[in-house]
Ligand binder design. Sequence first.
Ligand code: ATP
Length: 312
Amino acid sequence: MLAVVPPPVTVRVPSKVNLHLAVGDVRPDGYHELNTVFQALSLTDEVTVAVTDEPGVEVVGEGQDEVPTGPSNLAWQAVQALAEHVGKDHTEPKIRVVIRKGIPVAGGMAGGSADAAAALVGLAALWRLDIGRDELLTVAAKVGSDVPFVLQGGTALGTGRGENLIPVLTRHTFHWVIAFDRRGLSTPKVFEELDRLRAEGDPPRIGAVEPVLEALASGDPRQLALLLGNDLQSAAISLRPGLRRTLRAGVNAGALAGTVSGSGPTCAFLCADGESALRVAAELAGAGVCRTVRVAHGPVPGARVIGGDESP
Ligand code: ATP
């Protein structure tokens, strides 16, 4: 008897921007203690998971040549982690993961983590697993510290390495302009640079998180703009001094405020509304300070199935 091959599953997954990223000191395990507010943005990747005769990972789109397709691909690691968790063999039947990237690679927007979250949701649907979101979040945290957030989406307060999440309710939509840099930055190198700067002279640290949560509750982008803060920004600028010019150009173009997203080098500009974001994006694109400009809004939902399709 022939086995029935399930149809491929496609999942859309958001990127993230950190509205607040406070970096504590290095812990004994080598990681830094973080206190962060994430927001999921409409700049997305799409990941298709399928049963196939040609197992492995294929990457197309934004930065495709910089993404590994072997075992180090985070989406593939997620496939392995979920198979192990439920005691299934992902090599029989064989699994293929096709990633369509819109999120900049090594950009500080959790692109790899997003693909891992999408692979978890896609594989769970493909295998029709009886697995709840909480259990999936536990597997996600094992794959990487940003994976639970992009799985969950919305806006959330993250602690630990960013994997312990408390949802932040906000009924408002915020409008962003995203500036991609010409090359990525390595997250571990940016943390090392922050340690070096702190050893040299203790650069100022960002303020408390509570006012950020109040601004989110008010929904006023002007209030939130005054409070955007990222302890990694000085380190990212130290490694990539041109970011200072990019941040200035976004504000000159009419954004309320700009911030380096996570470990950078992508810069995110908060705008007053959707129309203003379009105007800022057009002007920034002509300023010659970045490779690509996109508009996005947030918060948006986390990784979710957008439908089966016929071809892997
Ligand atoms: P974060 O914001 O979580 O620190 P990032 O957005 O700065 O991460 P990623 O786009 O996740 O960075 O890429 C970091 C590195 O991970 C890349 O240089 C790439 O080699 C590797 N990588 C592994 N899997 C993926 C993937 N599916 N997509 C992108 N990069 C991946």
